[in-house]
Ligand binder design. Sequence first.
Ligand SMILES: [Fe+2]
Ligand SMILES: [Zn+2]
Length: 355
Amino acid sequence: MVGPGTLGGFEDGEEAIVTSHAATRRLDPKSSPTEHDPRWSAVVARDRAADGAFFYSVATTGVYCVPSCSAKLPLPKNVRFHVTSEVARRAGFRACQRCRPDASGRKTRRASRAEALSAVVSIEERVDAIDWARVGEDLDARGWAMVPGLLSPGECDAIAGLYEDPGRFRSRVVMARHGFGRGEYQYFSYPLPEVIRSLRAAIYPHLAPVADRWNETLRIDARYPVALDGFLARCHAAGQVLPTPLLLRYGAGDFNALHQDLYGEHVFPFQAAFLLSEPGRDFTGGEFVLTERRPRMQSRAEVVPLRQGDAVIFAVSHRPVKGTRGHYRVHLRHGVSRVRSGRRHTAGVIFHDAL
Ligand SMILES: [Fe+2]
Ligand SMILES: [Zn+2]
């Protein structure tokens, strides 16, 4: 059984990475988010011990490198960090000719280094490094936004492994019994697993301003507290005390019918879903689908191309769209297309608690 204590465990000798990062970390509030990221210290130090733990890309040159690359140090504002080189390539970057980040000799310890990274760079640091302005623009434009490479493969496996531990959950839902689809999911009980708790608390403050803006646009009175604790206190005072983060498991033939997630009077308009399995390797089919029904128009569908460790943030019920006479609501539903083979795990983070 995999427990939360095993998430991001170290191997012998890798503690040294943490110490050197902590020692050189600067916290000047005027510096860019990159400079607050412990990975930046490893790039500045051209730390060979960090090679394979992460990759960085440079917006101005379009290449990605290993931390020890001997190329000229880029400006921190042009730097992005990636959990794997695969994630860097998917973001449109190409391999550096100088450090050859994908040379075969580098691959051997990559997996264990990626796990070392997940302990070095906290969930909070990874969430804070997301380009939230871009997420807000995507939510405004389409009602959903992709966040690639937020969790390492080891973290994904550890969370998925919790499914078999009944002590972690308050209830189990067999979808076919309720007409929700086919497959099953379980709601976590409090206290949540540490990774899930951190993700929920770290993501919420970045979405609350977007939620406020949407409500203002749609002339809905509710405004959201700046921190998750404040919002949960409001839910709990209204009797919505049951935790809503959940773990879903699909096998061949399973699917999740299109739906909205509204659990009481107090609703946070966004949720986040994390794909814990790798498409093509662990399962086929099983795509995350969103549909949008606009007034007097046919529904429109979008497929979100998630890979293992990616998240999608999306509107739970509606989004504002600008019309000729002000804004109106379009209704969104989400679901999962039929899994054709294999097994697919997802974690869902809903921010409001339930009745
Ligand atoms: Fe849902
Ligand atoms: Zn390089």
